[in-house]
Design a protein around this ligand. Structure first.
Ligand code: DX5
Ligand code: ZN
Length: 231
């Protein structure tokens, strides 16, 4: 984990979620997102227990690894992240984010990811206090603030989460940490500015990208421009 002076604006990154993608042609969908200007691919991994939905296994991620050059980040919405994280790292994910609610020993789980040579992130559900990540900020590359209750795309953005973004942003700049703040859930051209003003610089977008009437490229550039104007 490095340090960073607190007055530099962190680069805006747009990370489409694969959740709304057509899974019968996932590789082509990733190539479409790469052509459309996505910065990363956000794999929403759900085990049907931690959240009431079941999605992508590591073999699917690994079969898509060579289709694009984009970095893969895994959002682990699973009951046993210590068991599954190594599988998604092996599959080609370079950033693994686990939920504070999914492990009894957060520091140990994050160190387990770092020891495998990839970046680690931590994420929290809307009802979870931001204080739960305060003592692992020095370990992570990214904090993911859920602005919906996890499990499904297309939900309404929870503006209540902006207070958490502001608070963790303050801690990060006070300690001059090199940590991104990512927001996930209900991000669109209508909500990305307020999330940016609160202090986020990385944005997951599923439905806003896949269901934009003018296509993913317009959607991604609109999101990026709106966030940059709000920084
Ligand atoms: C929800 C996932 C999100 C979701 C985002 O559990 O973690 O990444 O797919 O979808 P939208 O952008 O449509 O809210
Ligand atoms: Zn997600």
């Amino acid at each position: 984990m490095g340090t960073q002076s607190d007055n530099i604006k962190r680069p805006i990154e747009i990370c489409p979620s694969i959740l709304p993608a057509n899974f019968s042609r996932l590789g082509e969908e990733l190539q479409m997102l790469e052509m459309a200007g996505a910065d990363r691919i956000h794999w929403d991994v759900m085990d049907g227990n931690f959240v009431p939905n079941l999605t992508i296994g590591p073999d699917v991620v690994s079969s898509c690894r060579e289709t694009v050059k984009l970095p893969f980040e895994a959002h682990l919405m699973v009951e046993d992240p210590d068991l599954l994280a190594p599988l998604y790292i092996k599959a080609g994910c370079e950033l693994i984010m686990l939920h504070v609610e999914s492990t009894k020993h957060l520091d140990r789980s994050l160190n387990g990811i770092l020891e495998l040579g990839v970046k680690a992130g931590v994420t929290l559900n809307p009802a979870t206090p931001i204080e739960n990540v305060k003592h692992v900020l020095h370990l992570v590359d990214q904090i993911l603030i859920m602005s919906v209750n996890p499990g499904f795309g297309g939900q309404k953005y929870l503006a209540s989460q902006e207070a958490k973004i502001e608070r963790v942003g303050k801690w990060i700049s006070e300690q001059s940490l090199d940590v991104d703040i990512e927001v996930d859930g209900g991000i669109s051209a209508a909500t990305i500015a307020q999330a940016t003003q609160a202090g986020a610089n990385v944005f997951v977008a599923g439905s806003a990208v896949f269901s934009h009437p003018d296509g993913a490229e317009i959607a991604i550039s609109e999101l990026r421009e709106t966030a940059a104007a709000a920084q």
